[in-house]
Design a protein around this ligand. Structure first.
Ligand code: CP
Length: 306
């Protein structure tokens, strides 16, 4: 049974599930245990519930894995993709769209939106649990969870995990959610990236100026996409590639037992090279599989509280 934690004013951990602080360490370990035990081909035979996937920003992995996870757990799903074909094109706000779909009686809402979307206020207006599928650069809780599930391979209780984030950390919602989860589960995080793309030392005290130093410190490394759509400054991506690409030469600095991750989507030739997929330490496909597993475990936990 999952227990909520941390925020006593918020009695329901999934209204909304935007912050990883809504659950405690034991709850995550239990969810990861369920996720690991799931057979991805064994589905619930009948649909007893319904869910709406409101993806107001583009997505492949998160949207489709939530959809698979919900269907596997007995939910019929309806989907809005980037507002296309909906009355958002006629000027209806995202909030009003959500209220209308909530009024149709679905049991769960999964929402990806930009950082101005008022998750917390909306959660007080609708009866349904709301699961965050990505919130601007603020949060991506289930991505951090699937990464953690993947990293349990080398750090079963997380205590000796040292995870290095490389690249555009400042704009990364994945990093934001790992800041929360690392404090709950007890692993260390550090960053390394171009000037103007790393957070302040208050946000992340452990910072490396060179990739080589960071890789020698880490037990796992996660490359992050350069979110060009969120940048106003101009950068020399040739120089960034030279200094921060996780290519074979750089990855020679990572421990032989270390793991290589990327949340996707990947810009090959910049954050890393396609050949990294062949590195025996690479777990990028495992992350994608674990995305279905962890979301299915989460959906099952939410269903138990409907
Ligand atoms: N990692 C991730 O969130 O990928 P998508 O944007 O494809 O969902």
């Amino acid at each position: 049974m999952l227990s909520s934690k941390a925020n006593p004013s918020r009695s329901h951990p999934f209204k909304p599930f935007v912050s990883l602080k809504n659950l405690n360490r034991e709850s995550y370990l239990e969810l990861f245990k369920v996720a690991r035990s799931l057979s991805l081909t064994q589905l619930e035979p009948t649909q007893k519930h319904s869910a709406a996937l409101l993806f107001f920003e583009p997505s492949t992995r998160t949207r489709l894995s939530f959809d698979l996870a919900l269907k596997a757990e007995g939910f019929a799903t309806i989907v809005i993709e980037s507002g296309a074909g909906s009355s958002i094109e006629k000027g209806e706000t995202l909030e009003d769209t959500l209220y209308n779909i909530a009024a149709m009686g679905v049991d769960i809402l999964v929402v990806r939106a930009n950082e101005s979307f008022p998750y917390l206020e909306i959660a007080n207006q609708v009866r349904q649990p709301i699961l965050c599928g990505g919130w601007g650069k603020r949060a991506h809780p289930t991505q951090a969870m699937l990464d953690a599930l993947t990293l349990q391979e080398i750090a079963p209780d997380f205590r000796d995990l040292r995870l290095l984030f490389v690249g555009d950390v400042l704009h990364s919602r994945v990093f934001s959610s790992h800041r929360e989860l690392s404090q709950i589960l007890g692993y260390e995080i550090a960053v390394c990236g171009p000037a103007g793309m790393t957070p302040s030392s208050e946000v992340c005290p452990k910072q490396f100026l060179t990739l080589s130093e960071g890789l020698k410190w880490s037990t796992a490394v996660m490359a992050l996409r350069y979110q060009k759509e969120r940048h106003s400054g101009s950068y020399s991506f040739a120089e960034i590639k030279e200094q921060y690409s996780l290519n074979a030469q750089a990855l020679a600095q990572l421990d032989a037992q270390g793991l290589i991750l990327h949340p996707g989507p990947i810009e090959f030739g910049l954050e890393t090279e396609r050949e990294t997929l062949q590195d025996p330490r690479c777990r990028i496909w495992q992350q994608v599989e674990n995305g279905v597993r962890v979301r299915r475990a989460l959906v099952r936990a939410v269903r138990a509280q409907l």
